[in-house]
Design a protein around this ligand. Structure first.
Ligand SMILES: Cc1cc2nc3c(=O)[nH]c(=O)nc-3n(C[C@H](O)[C@H](O)[C@H](O)COP(=O)(O)O)c2cc1C
Length: 515
């Protein structure tokens, strides 16, 4: 049985799924549109109960919602309307588009290839207008399918070694990843995408929870098998990836778990046939936690990986204060967001960039980030066009609120190349690369640290998306040539691994979507 602490598996997976100039040219994979997976999980025998479509608006500024954290022991529980808001604004359908290969149902959060492989489940006690149970979020119908009736939070608490936020949560949202739905296009690289796409979704979810004044905490430490069994997912195809505890009830004590019996519910096949990519299943298995004791030992004690003090020229950030920020509400900004398909080569301001970086990186409540405020990913930037900042390569010193110039120069062509030879990163005003010291992270967290670092990147990326759109800018996630990214930012970035890339700028009108 693979052991999480033997972290060679994660490093090997990462190395095996790197993109390079050569790898993209030797990969003969083409998309089989006749076998494209369904974008939704559909239980053939269960009728969904519709969620309320008309929900109240919080009116909370997006730039506040992405930055703030509700104190963890704030006594609060979501009602059905809040549940609907959380689900719609993190994974609801916003737009529908036909294209020659089929149809795309775009959702509120960005997702690689618009394939939407992340499914959401609820595990709750009795909430206002919602009975205790285990539910699947049916995005297509905007409803809930009840999988189990009754309070199963005890089983979940046990699976997390009684993690306090989970043990006291009126509701936990479980996010799963469905391999084939994304691997149809991205093959073995899909396991990285689980973290990215779960992360962008969670950026929305956490921001909406904050706007609703509900404490929320991301929990990645749980006994995988117990949670998968509770959801009754077939772990060869779909696996629990992250949990979010929502709300806090001080009176809740961990309850004895109820018996969890298999459900054997029929679901509509995603495709005529599926191609197996064992590498990602092996990666997931190698990062499994197998007992509550192992879970408890996994949490916290995050490695603090400091940047060396700046030695190059610096640009001090100028973020807007709470009184100065644009007040576009979180609901409006989430619905406005859509990945830029083309950027105009026009500059953004230093204030806009500063506000994005400052608001997106103030920390997130997660069990792998302790002490709170630590961050696994470091942000490196290619500045193409930011007023008042010389074009060049930079590293972001979060604690000092400044950008340190690593090398000045016009790097639009290099940015385009590093972003897999696409026009978007060449045209963007700024490209934000996330790099992490994977070795130290895996040393502390074992293979499961790989889930954490990808997830954190996705959440930060999702917050940057929202921070950009709150200021009428555009953004898009991008993929990249791994080692060449590290090489470009070296010697400063030596030894770090490229994890994520996001481009920000002024969107230009374009009729093309998807990608
Ligand atoms: C992590 C990540 C990587 C992405 N990579 C690319 C990319 O390399 N090229 C591209 O054109 N779009 C890319 N996208 C954008 C997706 O295609 C887009 O999110 C998806 O089509 C859904 O559309 P929407 O973001 O407008 O809702 C990426 C998105 C994410 C979240």
């Amino acid at each position: 049985m693979p052991d999480n602490r033997n972290a060679e598996a994660a490093q090997a997976y990462h190395d095996a799924t790197k993109h390079s100039y050569a790898s993209v040219r030797t990969n003969a994979h083409s998309l089989d549109f006749d076998n494209q997976p369904l974008p939704f999980k559909i239980y053939a025998t269960l009728e969904p109960v519709h969620l309320p479509a008309e929900v109240r608006q919080t009116g909370v500024a997006a730039l506040s919602a992405i930055a703030e954290i509700v104190p963890p022991q704030t006594n609060a529980a979501p009602d059905l309307e809040a549940v609907a808001q959380l689900l719609y604004l993190s994974a609801g359908i916003t737009r529908h588009r036909k294209y020659p290969g089929g149809e795309i149902y775009f959702r509120t959060a960005a997702c690689t290839g618009a394939l939407y492989e992340i499914e959401l489940y609820l595990i709750c006690g009795e909430l206002a207008n919602l009975e205790a149970g285990v539910y699947h979020f049916a995005a297509a119908e905007f409803g809930l399918r009840k999988l189990r009736a009754g309070d199963y939070r005890g089983a979940l608490a046990e699976a997390t070694g009684n993690e306090p936020a989970i043990a006291h949560a009126p509701l936990t949202i479980v996010c799963t990843g469905t391999y084939w739905r994304n691997a149809w296009k991205y093959q073995n690289r899909t396991y990285r995408h689980f973290g990215w796409d779960n992360g962008t979704l969670l950026a929305n979810l956490l921001a909406v929870a904050t706007a609703l004044r509900l404490p929320a905490k991301l929990v990645c430490s749980f006994v995988d098998e117990t949670v998968n069994r509770l959801l009754d997912v077939d772990a060869q195809h779909e696996v629990a990836f992250s949990l979010v505890a929502v709300g806090y009830d001080p009176s809740l004590a961990p309850r004895a778990p109820e018996g969890v019996t298999p459900l054997g519910l029929e679901t509509v096949p995603l495709s005529r046939s599926e191609i197996d990519y064992p590498l990602m299943r092996e990666m997931h298995d190698a990062s499994a936690l197998r007992s509550p004791e192992e879970v408890v030992a996994w949490r916290g004690r995050t490695p603090i990986i400091k940047l060396p003090p700046p030695t190059g020229p610096v640009a001090q950030l100028q973020p807007l204060s709470d009184a100065e920020i644009p007040r576009d509400p979180i609901e409006q900004v989430i619905l406005r967001r859509g990945s830029s398909r083309r950027f105009a080569r026009t500059p953004i301001t230093l204030v806009q960039l500063s506000t994005i970086l400052n608001r997106a990186t103030r920390g997130m409540p997660a069990d792998f980030l302790d002490p709170s405020g630590v961050q696994l990913n470091h942000l490196y930037l290619i500045v193409n066009a930011v007023q008042g900042v010389e074009p060049g390569a930079y590293v972001f010193h979060r604690d000092r609120g400044l950008l340190e110039c690593l090398k000045p120069g016009n790097f639009r062509a290099q940015a385009g190349y590093l972003g897999l030879e696409q026009a978007l990163p060449a045209d963007a005003a700024v490209d934000i690369f996330f790099l992490a010291d994977l070795r130290s992270i895996l040393q502390r967290f074992g293979n499961r640290g790989y889930r954490a670092v990808q997830l954190e990147a996705g959440i930060l990326g999702g917050k940057i998306y929202l921070g950009a759109y709150a200021q009428q800018l555009g953004a898009t996630g991008l993929t990249f040539y791994d080692d060449e990214v590290t090489g470009f930012f070296s010697p400063h970035a030596e030894g770090k691994s490229a994890i994520f890339l996001l481009a920000v700028g002024n969107s230009a009108k374009s009729s093309v979507r998807g990608g």
